[in-house]
Design a protein around this ligand. Structure first.
Ligand SMILES: [Zn+2]
Length: 286
């Protein structure tokens, strides 16, 4: 089956997971490769099998080079120990539906599928380039370009919301989750990519560490029923993975040209992944 046909079939069979981002009505009709809501708002499935739900164009800072670098290093396993650790919590919701918020180039949802994740899997990102990359490589999930400020996702349909290194919209997460559903949010800890920070910001000690206290406090406010896990490990780098690492992270935006040159001359052999995993349960009726 062609990607576009598979996507049309997915939308037809899973229309309850979505809503029209213009008027919030259900998508009542799938006609060939387009779907429409009861009020006639029309969305076309692309040849690559993706859907574009944004109502107006948005700018984002992640260019194609960054995304493909992230794809390279992520598929080489940079986040695999982290995802191995998360997997049992997600798999606990048997055949539950998973929404990956800010899925980027799709590698994390694909790896979780490889581990055995069942249920419907939807990954979305505000970056069209990221979704094209995801759709080109992975058929393990349904990929779409979307923004939670104009949400194309329906109320109380999701068992797990994954929110890995990406911004949150807790009000919207609460609306999307089924009763008893969960948000799994991953945020950097103090020593996340510490070797790279030290390379890029040798003279600026304040930029070498990162505090996530505010983020955690905010999460707790919205999901008081929560637990925190810390995960820390070291990942071996080849010269080409080091080059990808330098390109994939926004850390490089703040680094001076001299610092980047210094980094190229002093390639890292290892990088530390140090993160905090916040798992919050939805409680109450809505
Ligand atoms: Zn509509």
């Amino acid at each position: 089956m062609k990607k576009i046909e598979a996507a049309a079939l997915f939308m037809k069979e899973n229309s309850e997971l979505f809503q029209c981002p213009v008027c919030e009505a259900v998508f009542s009709k799938t006609d060939g490769n387009s779907l429409s809501c009861v009020n006639g708002h029309l969305f076309d499935i692309s040849k690559k099998g993706t859907l574009y739900f944004l109502l107006k164009g948005t700018k984002n800072e992640y260019d194609k080079e960054m995304l493909s670098s992230r794809f390279n290093i992520a598929t080489a396993g940079l986040f695999h120990p982290l995802l191995d650790d998360l997997y049992p919590s997600i798999a606990e919701k048997e055949n539950g539906h998973t929404l990956d918020v800010g899925c980027g180039e799709g590698s994390q949802l694909d790896y979780l599928t490889e581990l055995g994740l069942k249920g419907q899997k939807i990954g979305f990102d505000i970056s069209k380039d990221a979704i094209q990359l995801a759709a080109a490589h992975f058929s393990s999930a349904f990929w779409c370009v979307a923004d939670l400020a104009q949400s194309p996702f329906a109320t109380q349909q999701y068992d797990t919301i994954l929110n890995i290194f990406s911004p949150s919209n807790y009000k919207e997460f609460n609306r999307l989750l089924k009763k008893g559903g969960q948000v799994i949010k991953v945020v950097p800890e103090k020593e996340y990519l510490i070797e790279l920070r030290q390379l890029f910001y040798r003279d600026q000690e304040e930029k070498q560490t990162y505090s996530n206290e505010v983020v955690i406090a905010k999460f707790k406010e919205h999901f008081p029923l929560m637990k925190i896990e810390k995960i820390k490990y070291s990942f071996d780098l080849t010269p080409s993975l080091f080059a990808d690492l330098m390109k994939m992270t926004p850390l490089s935006w703040g680094a001076s040209p001299e610092a980047k040159e210094y980094a190229i001359e002093h390639p890292l052999k290892k990088i530390t992944i140090d993160v905090c995993v916040l798992i919050g349960q939805k409680q109450g009726a809505l």
